[in-house]
Write a protein that binds this ligand. Structure first.
Ligand code: GRF
Length: 191
């Protein structure tokens, strides 16, 4: 994706919960050499803690809910187009976007996942990794396709699992790596 020198790409972040990656991306976006400007935070969960953080930082927020996800997506698309959003970062967004939605942002939606994809797609990754006595785990930033956690990989970070790791410790250590990896992946494809 080309950009004019000095002009940041209007970006939306989609969240469903805690928002630590959102917080990290906001910090990153404020750096001079960051290629993104976060103009909107969208959540499908009105109680997402990350929404409060966005509001505190005076970023526009949007909450939409609908029993039919395609109806929600249509409303969301209108807002994104009106706000001229060109790039989307999923950060703990717990819904799978439809092909129709993704087609409108081809190659412009990325996601972070707490495993070494293609291994451990979906939920409860750390628990499954530990149950399987894996030696390594990590995190992955990838382009989003209509199949869960399956688009082309942009960057991965591998870490060794420690003897005393439990779900909490492991997820904390992976999260620290996520916060380094997400900005790096954005730089890789946009800077
Ligand atoms: C992260 O582990 C991310 O990789 C996964 O969901 C979690 C979201 O955490 N997709 P947070 O809301 O960014 O703190």
């Amino acid at each position: 994706m080309k950009r004019y020198p000095g002009k940041k790409i209007s970006t939306a972040v989609f969240i469903s919960g805690r928002g630590s990656n959102l917080k990290n991306l906001l910090k990153f976006s404020k750096k001079k050499n960051s290629p993104i400007k976060i103009e909107l935070v969208f959540s499908n969960n009105k109680n997402a803690v990350g929404l409060n953080y966005a509001k505190l930082n005076k970023i526009n927020t949007l909450f939409l809910s609908s029993k039919k996800f395609d109806v929600l997506e249509k409303k969301l698309l209108k807002v994104l187009q009106k706000k001229n959003i060109k790039f989307i970062c999923l950060a703990g967004f717990m819904k799978v976007l439809t092909t129709n939605f993704i087609t409108n942002f081809k190659g412009k939606i990325i996601n972070i996942h707490p495993s070494l994809l293609p291994k451990y797609k979906g939920l409860n990754t750390h628990q499954r990794v530990l149950e399987n006595n894996e030696i390594y785990t990590g995190c992955t930033v990838h382009f989003v396709s209509a199949k869960l956690d399956s688009g082309k990989i942009i960057l991965q970070k591998k870490i060794r699992i420690l003897k005393n790791d439990n779900i909490r410790r492991l997820s904390n250590r992976v999260l620290l790596e996520e916060h380094k990896l997400y900005p790096k992946a954005i730089m890789k494809i946009l800077a």
